[in-house]
Ligand binder design. Sequence first.
Ligand code: ADP
Ligand code: ADP
Ligand code: ZN
Length: 220
Amino acid sequence: MMNLILMGPPGAGKGTQSKLLSERFLISQVSTGDILRANVKDKTPLGQEAREYMNRGALVPDKLVLEMVVERLSRGNCSNGFILDGFPRNVPQAEALDGMLKEGKKGIDAVIGIEVEKRELIRRLSGRRVCRTCAAAYHVMFNPPVNIDTCDKCGKELYQRDDDKEETVDARLKVYDSETVPVVEYYRSRGLYMAVNGIGSVDQITEAIVKAIGKGRGHT
Ligand code: ADP
Ligand code: ADP
Ligand code: ZN
């Protein structure tokens, strides 16, 4: 049983790494971004409300996101552990998560922050392509699919997220600095935060994260 939080700015590789870590440790990946996009695609009430915030690169209101996370974490498949990807994104969400975990007598084992500088983030976001069906992420240059516009994993169509277009990327990076960087401090002050260099191959970064988790759990 292991409960992890994977942090990092947009494009740092959270989705890519958390999918691999969830397979490796047999824990559930909970990506608030993926869940929100699935709701937008299915035109659910949540999706309809969240959509405009996402399209302008703003955070979706906490109330909506928290309801969604409470529901996910209460599912049976999270009882073996989970990896949170893209949540918490501001201090009120981090505080709410602490409350939820306390109630369920659970805790966080490690918070990993993937560090990548802004110019590289912009390169990664501008070339990102995502599967509409299984949410796998590719990059036109750094991690291209075998067949252009087709997902290697499920064969379905790839697309460019609206919020990966230049105008919105800038807004998202600013929101990260103002809202999410304080969450790094929140976990650092609790001795849970560990930074990992996000530059290198996908496999190298996975190994660096696994090593950091080992260290973190070693002294708890
Ligand atoms: P990235 O990994 O590129 O940062 P995500 O897929 O995590 O992007 O998030 C995409 C968008 O979904 C965010 O810009 C925001 O609008 C919304 N979102 C995702 N997670 C949260 C969250 N925890 N709180 C509020 N909004 C969120
Ligand atoms: P996040 O969830 O943090 O927004 P993603 O995992 O979606 O990030 O990755 C963002 C983009 O960068 C994707 O196009 C992905 O294929 C690519 N990417 C992921 N890891 C690496 C890496 N180590 N080197 C280069 N590109 C990467
Ligand atoms: Zn797919």
